[in-house]
Design a protein around this ligand. Structure first.
Ligand SMILES: Cc1cc2nc3c(=O)[nH]c(=O)nc-3n(C[C@H](O)[C@H](O)[C@H](O)COP(=O)(O)OP(=O)(O)OC[C@H]3O[C@@H](n4cnc5c(N)ncnc54)[C@H](O)[C@@H]3O)c2cc1C
Ligand code: FES
Ligand code: FES
Length: 504
């Protein structure tokens, strides 16, 4: 398998399938700038920038190298922190970090610098200004335990400001600007695209035909998409994988389109891709996606991986339940079947997916997407945290009455689950019938028995779930409900996380 590492073309066919990019850089290339903090995608110390050709354009995005198999980056341009500062020329992200005192012990710094460099390069292309929201988004997967985030955010904000405080003798250099001048990287990636990406233990089919062939010829192989769940089994539980089949490049699984009656989301669509797509069309969906994990994880993690992994605290299954989504399953022999998401989960981490099937896509009815819907994710931190409770709501309204209701939860049972009795209590009621709302809340208390764990107690979860239904109902009725994030809220409010208030 071949890839570009900084300015070197690498050809290496010796790697185990699950050998991470982080290990490759540090152990095989001696590139120690990339750090290992957690080996689970949580701290961002291992962040890399990776360039790929998309529709002929060279674009760069960040990822966590500690949970990314090196072989999944075949045909890509892997940029480590060493490359940003060749010959003493600092990238604007580095200059800004120096000028704003954004580093103390320095352990986290390469990761932050690459996240900020990724933002810088993206905004250079799109000519968007860099605002605080964009900086916080870019570094949402980077932890710093000693500097504090204020100087780092200031560094992000000052990257494009003129005149920026200059580090003595440093020249401002954007590596993408340099690349685009000589087109060397682009030309090399174009050539690599024509090279086979498969190795003996890591297969990367480009289409369904190649996937079918890979599945048939490697019956014991494990599927991997972004690897943001699967690779934790390797780095946290020391499970070795033999052959991996990477579905993230299968073109038919990347479909993201609005048809006559349904929105189709291919299984290998990443969170970042769905985020961009949903921004102008489905702002509520977009807002939920921006609360999932970090930018690095969203650049890799897929919708299919989230659903197949079958975690009861995953965020997409409640959303799909709210819209009664259909899942298209594809058998290895090419035949297909559709399963409604409501029937997909059979028990804790058990699904209807047979051993000879993969998830191909999800279909969400446009009519249902047009109805009132909300997604509420409650977690201990705003950035890069798993839900303690998640509620996805759909209220269909007909002549002032609730004609259909979906209340779908994550974190409340062994599987993603609907509050069927609560839904029934609201259905047919006038939208402003508060008695009906209270009946639904009572029903929910009787039908769900969440567990206590490190994220939340059973009582907290149930109280929160009830409050979230009330919040959705208030919003349906035109009341703004202010949700406080953890750091802005007093202890008493933390018990509910909510305060209802009517704004003129
Ligand atoms: C730091 C961190 C934060 C996270 N935060 C969140 C969060 O906020 N919310 C959340 O919901 N999740 C979160 N996750 C979990 C994870 O990112 C998501 O579940 C992600 O969507 C998994 O997708 P993937 O492509 O990485 O799947 P992979 O890890 O590649 O695969 C997961 C499983 O799905 C199977 N699989 C993949 N694709 C298919 C397919 N097409 N058909 C059949 N099986 C398939 C694989 O074999 C594997 O068993 C987080 C993970 C990390 C590491
Ligand atoms: S080492 Fe912490 S995210 Fe990779
Ligand atoms: S500078 Fe020490 S962890 Fe960030």
């Amino acid at each position: 398998m071949q890839f570009l590492l900084n300015d070197e073309l690498i050809d290496d066919n010796t790697l185990p399938s699950d050998f991470t990019a982080l290990r490759y850089l540090r152990e095989k290339r001696g590139l120690m700038g990339t750090k290992e903090g957690c080996a689970s995608g949580d701290c961002g110390a291992c962040t890399l920038l990776v360039g790929a050709l998309e529709d002929g354009e060279l674009t760069y995005s960040t990822l966590n190298s500690c949970i990314t198999p090196m072989q999944s980056l075949a045909g890509k341009h892997v940029v480590s922190v060493e490359y940003l500062s060749k010959s003493g020329e600092l990238h604007p992200a580095q200059q800004a970090m120096v000028a704003c005192h954004g580093s103390q012990c320095g352990f986290c710094t390469p990761g932050f610098v690459l996240s900020l460099a990724g933002l810088y390069e993206k905004t250079q292309r799109s000519e968007q200004p860099i605002d605080r929201e964009a900086v916080c988004d870019a570094i949402s997967g980077n932890l710093c335990r000693c500097t504090g985030y204020r100087p780092i955010i200031e560094a992000g904000l000052s990257m494009t400001k003129e005149p920026m405080i200059k580090v003595q003798d440093a020249k401002e250099t954007s590596f993408v600007e340099l690349m685009s001048k000589n087109d060397r990287v682009k030309t090399q990636l174009e050539r690599l695209q024509t090279e086979p990406k498969n190795s003996r233990n890591y297969l990367q089919p480009n289409d369904l035909e190649q996937l079918a062939h890979a599945l048939k010829s490697h019956p014991g192989a494990v599927l991997i998409a972004g690897g943001t769940d699967l690779m934790l089994e390797n780095t946290q539980r020391y499970r070795d994988f033999n052959t991996l089949i990477d579905v993230s490049n299968v073109v038919e699984l990347k479909h993201l389109q609005i048809g006559e009656a349904a929105l189709t989301i291919g299984a290998s669509v990443t969170y970042s891709e769905l985020e961009d797509f949903s921004k102008p069309l489905y702002p509520q969906m977009n807002a939920l996606l921006s609360r999932i994990a970090s930018r690095q994880i969203r650049n890799r993690g897929t919708i299919g991986g989230n659903v197949a992994n079958a975690s009861p605290i995953a965020d997409l299954p409640p959303l799909l339940l709210a819209f009664d989504a259909n899942i298209q399953l594809l058998k290895h022999d090419g035949s297909t079947r559709a399963v409604n998401i409501a029937d997909f989960y059979l028990g804790y981490k058990k699904t209807q997916l047979a051993s000879d099937e993969i998830i191909a896509s999800f279909e969400l009815s446009l009519d249902k997407l047009a109805q009132f819907h909300r997604f509420y994710k409650v977690s201990k931190r705003m950035e890069d945290d798993i839900s303690s409770v998640m509620l996805a709501v759909r209220f269909d309204v007909d002549h002032g009455k609730l004609s259909d209701v979906r209340l779908a939860f994550g974190g409340m049972a062994a599987t993603p689950i609907r509050g069927l009795k609560a839904e029934a209590a609201l259905t047919g009621k006038a939208i402003n019938d508060e008695q009906g709302l209270n009946q639904a809340i009572d029903a929910l208390r009787s039908e769900l028995t969440p567990m206590s764990d490190m994220r939340a107690s059973a009582k907290y979860r149930l109280d929160m779930a009830c409050n979230l239904i009330r919040k959705a109902w208030l919003e349906l009725n035109g009341t703004d409900v202010v949700t406080f994030s953890g750091h802005a809220v007093s202890d008493s409010l933390l018990s509910t996380g909510l305060e209802a208030s009517t704004h003129a």
